[in-house]
Design a binder for this molecule. Structure first.
Ligand code: PGA
Length: 252
C-alpha cells in the first residue's frame, strides 16, 4: 500500500499572525487516518508551527534547503538546521526554485543526496513547461529530469522519497492537468522507476500531482490509479479548501 499524501506548500505567503490563525482553524478538525497531511510554512514559523501542532496528524515540513552543509551562504538554510527543529522532510526542486533561483539538476541531486544522507525525507518536484507540452516533449523532459536527479539516488534511500509531478503550465495558473493527463505521466514515471530500480520501489513510491488542485477538482484527480495525492499551492492557504482537499484523498 502506498501512502496517500496531501501537502500544502505555502510558498512566500502567510505572516506569523496568519500562520497562527490558519493552524488554529485546522487543528480542531478531525482528518481521516488513511491520509498523511503536511504543511510547509515559511522558515521563520517552522518551529512555532511544529510545536503548535504537536499531538495532531499534521506534519510540518520545509519548502527548501541549501545544497551545501554549512558556511558562507548568506540567507540560506541548511539541512542540519531543519533537522535540529525536529522536522523530517523538505520539498526539493520546486519549479519556482528551478526557474527563479536557477537550480539545475546537478544542484537538485546534491540537495537530494544531502537530505537523504542526513535522514531528511524529500518531496521531489518535477514537470514540464508549456513549450515542452505543446511540442509533445513532456514525456522526454520528465524522464530526463528524473534520470539526472533522483533516479541516481541509491535504492535503499527511496523509502524517504515522495515524487510530485507539477506541470509548470498548471502551477498557479488555474489550469489543471486533466485527470487523464496526470495519470499518464504518473504511470510513465512509475514504469520508469520500475525499470531503473525495480518494481518493489516503484510500487511503494507515492507520486503526488500539483498544479491548480482545488477543492472542486481534487477528488477526480486523486481517484486516478497512480496519483497518490497532491502538492497544493494556492488552495492550501484557505483552511476550508485545504480540509476539503484532504478529505478528497481519504476515500480512495
Ligand atoms: P498551485 O501551486 O496549487 O497554486 O498551482 C502548486 C505548487 O506550486 O506546488
Amino acid at each position: 500500500m502506498r501512502k496517500k499524501i496531501v501537502a500544502g506548500n505555502w510558498k512566500m505567503n502567510n505572516n506569523f499572525q496568519e500562520t497562527k490563525k490558519f493552524l488554529s482553524q485546522i487543528k480542531v478538525k478531525e482528518i481521516g487516518s488513511e491520509v498523511e497531511v503536511m504543511i510547509a510554512p515559511a522558515y521563520p514559523f517552522l518551529k512555532f508551527a511544529k510545536d503548535f501542532l504537536v499531538g495532531t496528524k499534521y506534519e510540518i515540513i520545509a519548502q527548501n534547503i541549501h545544497n551545501k552543509l554549512h558556511g558562507a551562504y548568506t540567507g540560506e538554510v541548511s539541512v542540519d538546521m531543519i533537522k535540529s527543529l525536529g522536522l523530517n522532510k523538505s520539498i526539493i526542486g520546486h519549479s519556482e526554485r528551478r526557474s527563479q533561483f536557477k537550480e539545475t539538476d546537478e544542484i537538485l541531486l546534491e540537495k537530494a543526496n544531502l537530505c537523504l544522507n542526513k535522514g531528511l525525507g524529500i518531496i521531489f518536484c518535477f514537470g514540464e513547461d508549456l513549450v515542452d507540452r505543446q511540442s509533445k516533449n513532456h514525456f522526454e523532459v520528465v524522464k530526463n529530469q528524473l534520470i539526472n536527479t533522483v533516479l541516481k539516488v541509491e535504492k535503499n534511500k527511496w523509502s524517504n522519497i515522495v515524487l510530485a509531478y507539477e506541470p509548470v503550465w498548471a502551477i498557479g495558473t488555474g489550469e489543471t492537468a486533466s485527470p487523464k493527463q496526470a495519470q499518464e505521466i504518473h504511470e510513465f514515471v512509475r514504469d520508469l522507476i520500475s525499470s531503473s530500480l525495480g518494481e518493489d520501489v516503484s510500487k511503494k513510491t507515492s507520486i503526488l500531482y500539483g498544479g491548480s488542485v482545488k477543492a472542486g477538482n481534487a477528488k477526480e484527480i486523486f481517484s486516478q490509479d497512480d496519483v497518490d495525492g497532491g502538492l497544493i499551492g494556492g488552495a492550501s492557504l484557505v483552511s476550508e479548501d485545504f480540509l476539503t482537499i484532504i478529505e478528497s484523498n481519504s476515500s480512495y
